[in-house]
Design a protein around this ligand. Structure first.
Ligand SMILES: Cc1cc2nc3c(=O)[nH]c(=O)nc-3n(C[C@H](O)[C@H](O)[C@H](O)COP(=O)(O)OP(=O)(O)OC[C@H]3O[C@@H](n4cnc5c(N)ncnc54)[C@H](O)[C@@H]3O)c2cc1C
Length: 419
């Protein structure tokens, strides 16, 4: 699926072969439009990325929960292609205090703190930084707030827009994919005209149509759909001619990338009395941003315990490097399960989204007060350059489902424009 050379005019160039780009291309092709998808990486899928080399079984570096509405084609495809969806809508979880597994009172206190934060943020009428609404003197606030902010949104409460919180639509599916969600997403690329190893360096949108400059020549098209992350857009790696209008540039700047980093630890088969696909939460009572790591034990039955760190601490740990991150995660795990757990961990791996030049973070989070930037980024340029991707995920922002739906929506807008 790679290619080069200067191409004849095509209807639409899609920039990026992640979930949004694949969805857009499929929609355009089904409307009999000619499409070229241009992807900088040698692989397809973007932040949907499963690989089996590291551990000998599938590990999702990016998305791993399939969450979203029933319209997602992934649900039917999973069944047809023999993928196993492991329902995770009611996950089992354990809370650990410094004295060992938390009792009913601690669990109730943690749950109540999480509910209070959700209720407060959900009721916020102004778009402000979430920490301004939450009572951080609550002894359970740090533990609960870290889940809400750093883990779910990739940013701490200081950096979380209250309007970004609680906008999620209902989930018809909430499942882990045993064979890897990234692997499932890549199935949607079958038959699509994708040029991998081809980075877009510039998009000209003056005059008629668009000119897409790539590392393998120039493409002319009537329109293009840009699905790269807001991190990539902000980096200036793609030069727009004319420049992005001030409103679009401001929207990009107001949607910086949050970070979620996974620290995956392969175990030797021991289950430590834990259920598959269960959460381990460590009670922390420290000021935000907390040095917190939450774990998913044995996702979909694999011999793996996956630590998650996010927000400012996630960036810090990613900068410290893989060895330090694994060491930290092991220490956290030992604090919960006992030191013996170290003996059962065979190897570790930290995901690299913080430094990946093709994403520059995990997913976008609106700056406090700037939630409207999502709608602003959704405005096309000159009726021929359209944006899509998780930042424009509508009722499912930051998620794979939102990325997919935004790709379909951008394709529909292009089709409307092309007539
Ligand atoms: C650690 C982590 C965990 C996550 N967990 C979940 C989860 O459990 N569930 C969930 O629903 N979502 C999750 N997500 C989010 C989900 O993975 C993303 O929302 C989704 O995959 C984004 O798709 P996209 O098409 O918008 O962007 P991308 O997948 O980033 O696609 C954009 C593509 O553009 C390419 N590109 C970049 N620059 C250029 C260029 N100059 N020229 C050409 N191509 C370029 C990139 O290589 C990439 O392939 C997670 C993300 C991360 C990082």
């Amino acid at each position: 699926m790679s290619g080069n050379a200067r191409s004849a005019a095509t209807d639409v160039v899609v920039v990026g072969a992640g979930a949004a780009g694949l969805a857009a291309a499929r929609r355009l092709l089904s409307a009999n439009r000619s499409v070229v998808v241009v992807e900088a990486s040698p692989r397809i899928g973007g932040r949907a990325f499963t690989e089996s080399e590291t551990f000998g079984f599938p590990f999702d570096h990016g998305c791993s929960w399939l969450q979203g509405p029933s319209s997602l084609p992934h649900i039917k495809l999973a069944e047809e292609a023999g993928f196993t969806l492991v329902d995770h809508s009611e996950p089992h979880g354990l809370l650990f205090t410094p004295d060992g597994p938390g009792g009913e009172a601690e669990i109730e206190a943690f749950d109540a703190a999480a509910d209070r934060i959700a209720a407060t943020l959900g009721a916020a009428t102004e778009d402000v930084a979430a920490d301004r609404c939450v009572d951080l003197s609550d002894p359970w606030a740090a533990a609960a707030a870290t889940w809400v902010g750093a883990m779910d949104h990739g940013v701490d409460l200081f950096d979380l827009s209250t309007a970004d919180f609680g906008i999620y639509g209902p989930y018809a599916v909430d499942a882990l994919v045993r064979e890897g969600l990234g692997a499932l997403v890549v199935r949607l690329a079958e038959g699509l005209p994708i040029r991998t190893d081809t980075a877009v360096t510039g998009i000209g949108w003056s005059g008629q149509g668009v000119t897409v400059r790539t590392t393998r020549g120039e493409l002319r098209a009537r329109a293009c759909i840009v699905t790269v992350s807001t991190g990539v857009l902000a980096s200036g790696r793609i030069a727009f001619h004319p420049r992005l209008p001030a409103a679009t540039q401001a929207a990009v700047d107001d949607l910086p990338m949050g970070l979620l980093t996974k620290i995956a630890l392969k175990t030797d088969g021991n289950r430590f009395g834990l259920q598959d696909s269960s959460y381990l939460t460590r009670a922390i009572h420290e000021p935000l941003p907390a040095r917190a790591c939450y774990f998913l034990a044995f996702p979909a039955g694999w011999d793996l315990i996956v630590g998650f760190v996010g927000g400012r601490f996630g960036w810090e740990l990613s900068r410290d490097g893989e060895e330090a991150a694994i060491d930290f995660a092991l220490g956290e795990l030992a604090g919960m399960l006992g030191n013996d757990v170290r003996r059962h961990v065979l190897r570790g791996r930290m995901t690299g989204w913080a430094d990946d030049p093709l994403t520059l973070g995990a997913y976008a989070a609106a700056r406090p007060g700037r939630h409207a930037a999502r709608a602003a980024l959704g405005q096309p340029l000159g009726e021929r350059v359209f944006f899509a991707g998780e930042a424009l995920g509508g009722a499912y922002p930051a998620l794979l489902s939102g990325a997919h739906l935004s790709g379909e929506a951008a394709a529909d807008a292009v089709l409307g424009q092309l007539g």
